[in-house]
Design a binder for this molecule. Sequence first.
Ligand code: NI
Length: 181
Amino acid sequence: MILPIYVYGQPVLREVAKPVDLDMEGLDQLIADMYETMKNADGVGIAAPQVGKSLRIVIVDGTDLVDDYPELKDFKRVMINPEITEKSEETAEYSEGCLSVPDINCSVIRPKKITVRYFNEKREQVTETFDGFGCRMVEHELDHLEGHMFIDRVSQIRRKLIGGKLRKLETRNFRPRYKIK
Ligand code: NI
């Protein structure tokens, strides 16, 4: 089922999301719904707070970006209760966007590599190191679980420049391309 995407201004996007009980009723359905919602909106990642659920679940799927990033060929992950265990000192800069902040893209600097321990959709514990654009996708989504958004991580000047657009999003004075809340 396609769920509405919670857009900038919704308090749930600013909450620290709660750990998931792996036996939670409806967990598989929620993951399926998040995936369908992300795909329907042409997204490459989604976090549960973006569908109004304050839970530590993220999905990334870079397989549609394979033309630009060949290393993303099989890059599709469901991460439940992810924890970053290592971050590189080295940073990388990429342009980011977000389904909860439609029509805004900004360059963001983050660690180039991270290691994450998480449970996958089969409830298996996995420890994985990410690099390149896949890493960036994961970092962006994990930020949502802490109540952060990419626009918090841009320069002051850039933030000022997008201020008007953000106010329009907040007041829902825009035309969404997918169902929003
Ligand atoms: Ni996002």
